[in-house]
Write a protein that binds this ligand. Structure first.
Ligand SMILES: C[S@@+](CC[C@H](N)C(=O)[O-])C[C@H]1O[C@@H](n2cnc3c(N)ncnc32)[C@H](O)[C@@H]1O
Length: 321
C-alpha cells in the first residue's frame, strides 16, 4: 500500500457530525427512518439509540460489504431494522407502497474509510489495486474501461467538470500518452501518470480530484442524487426530515438547489405579474445554511473537513388536503 493519504483513509470510519445528524434527523421517538447510505451503520445506530425500542429503520447500500459491516454494528441497537442492497436512486421503487411514511431520511454521500482503504475496490489512489471503483459490478463498466475507451477530449472534460481540476488538459494528455504505451489497469499506475504531470505542491489535491471525477462517473453519483432527492420527499411523512451530508461542491450544489427550489411557493419568472406555475413548496428549511463539522471534529477526523450537512422538513401536502 502506498504511504500517503490512503493510510489515514484506512482508519476506522468515524460517522461525520454524528450528534447533529441524530438530533436533526432522528427527531421523533418511536419514528420510522430511512438511512439511504447505511455504510458501516454508525449514523443509523445513533438514530436507533435516540428513537428507542419502538423505532423502525430501513438501511440501503449498493455495497454488500458495507451492508455486512452495518449488520454487525446494529446487532446491539434497539428498535427494528432491515437492510436492503439497493441504490438510493431507486429508493421509491425499492420501498414501493410506503409513500409518506418516514419521519427521517438520511443520505451521507460518498464512501466510507473502509471502502477507500480496500485496495481490491480500486477507489483510492492511496491503496494500489485494480482500477475498478464500482460499488457493485452491475453498475456498469469499471474505471479502467472508462480510461481505455474515452477520447482524450472526453477525458479532459470529465476531469475538468467532475474533478473541478484546472490542469485537466495536461492530465488527460498524459493519460492518453501512457495508455498508448500500455493499458492503465491499476490505481497505482494511474496515480503515477497523474503525479508525473502534477506540481509536487498540489500532487495530493490533483490525485484526489482526478480519482473523484472517475468515481463520480463510474457510479453515476450525481444522477443518483438527482433522482433520490424528489423520491425522498415523496417518502417523507409531514414534518419528516431530509438530511444530506455532501463532501464536494458538485453534490452540495445539487442538494442546495433542490432544497431552495422545493421551499419556494412559486417558481414563475420574476417579471410575471401573477403566479402561473403549479409549483407549491414541499419543504421548509430546518437549517438555513449548511452545517459544518467543528474544528475539534476536523482535527480528530480530517475526512469531516469538507462535509456539509443540510436538513429540510416535509410540508403537509395542501393539494391533497
Ligand atoms: C460515507 S458512507 C456512509 C457512512 C455511514 N453514514 C456510517 O455512519 O457508517 C456512504 C455509503 O453510501 C454508499 N453509497 C454510495 N452510493 C450509493 C447509492 N447510489 N446507493 C446506495 N448506497 C450508496 C456507499 O457504498 C457507502 O457505504
Amino acid at each position: 500500500m502506498r504511504r500517503d493519504r490512503g493510510m489515514s483513509e484506512a482508519r476506522e470510519h468515524e460517522p461525520v457530525m454524528l450528534e447533529r445528524c441524530g438530533e436533526l434527523v432522528a427527531w421523533r421517538e418511536g419514528g420510522r427512518y430511512l438511512d439511504a447510505t447505511i455504510g458501516n451503520g454508525g449514523h443509523s445506530k445513533e438514530f436507533l439509540r435516540r428513537a428507542g425500542e419502538d423505532a423502525l429503520l430501513v438501511g440501503l447500500d449498493l455495497d454488500v460489504a458495507s451492508l455486512n459491516r452495518a449488520r454487525s454494528l446494529l446487532r446491539s441497537a434497539p428498535g427494528r431494522w432491515f437492510l436492503v442492497q439497493a441504490s438510493f436512486a431507486r429508493m421509491d421503487r425499492t420501498l414501493r407502497g410506503v409513500e409518506g411514511s418516514f419521519d427521517g431520511i438520511f443520505l451521507d454521500l460518498g464512501y466510507s474509510s473502509a471502502q477507500l482503504a480496500d485496495a481490491r475496490r480500486g477507489l483510492s489512489y492511496g491503496a494500489d489495486g485494480p482500477l475498478d471503483m464500482r460499488l457493485t459490478p452491475s453498475i456498469g463498466p469499471p474505471a479502467s474501461e472508462l480510461i481505455r475507451s474515452l477520447e482524450a477530449g472526453e477525458l479532459e472534460e470529465l476531469i475538468r467538470t467532475l474533478g473541478e481540476e484546472r490542469n485537466a488538459r495536461r492530465i488527460a494528455r498524459a493519460i492518453d500518452q501512457a495508455r498508448e504505451r500500455d493499458p492503465i489497469r491499476t490505481t497505482g499506475e494511474l496515480a503515477s501518470v497523474i503525479s508525473s504531470v502534477a506540481s509536487s505542491r498540489f500532487r495530493i489535491k490533483t490525485l484526489s480530484r482526478v480519482f473523484q471525477a472517475l468515481r463520480i462517473r463510474v457510479n453515476h453519483e450525481l444522477e443518483a442524487l438527482e433522482s433520490a432527492l424528489p423520491a425522498a420527499v415523496r417518502l417523507l411523512a409531514p414534518d419528516g426530515r431530509l438530511g444530506v451530508i455532501s463532501f464536494h461542491s458538485l453534490e452540495d450544489r445539487i442538494v442546495k438547489r433542490f432544497m431552495v427550489l422545493s421551499a419556494k411557493e412559486c417558481i414563475c419568472p420574476p417579471d410575471f405579474p401573477e403566479c402561473r406555475c403549479e409549483h407549491r413548496a414541499s419543504l421548509r428549511f430546518v437549517t438555513r445554511r449548511a452545517i459544518q463539522a467543528s474544528g475539534e471534529e476536523v482535527k480528530r477526523n480530517p475526512r469531516s473537513r469538507s462535509a456539509r450537512l443540510r436538513v429540510a422538513a416535509r410540508l403537509p401536502d395542501r393539494r391533497a388536503a
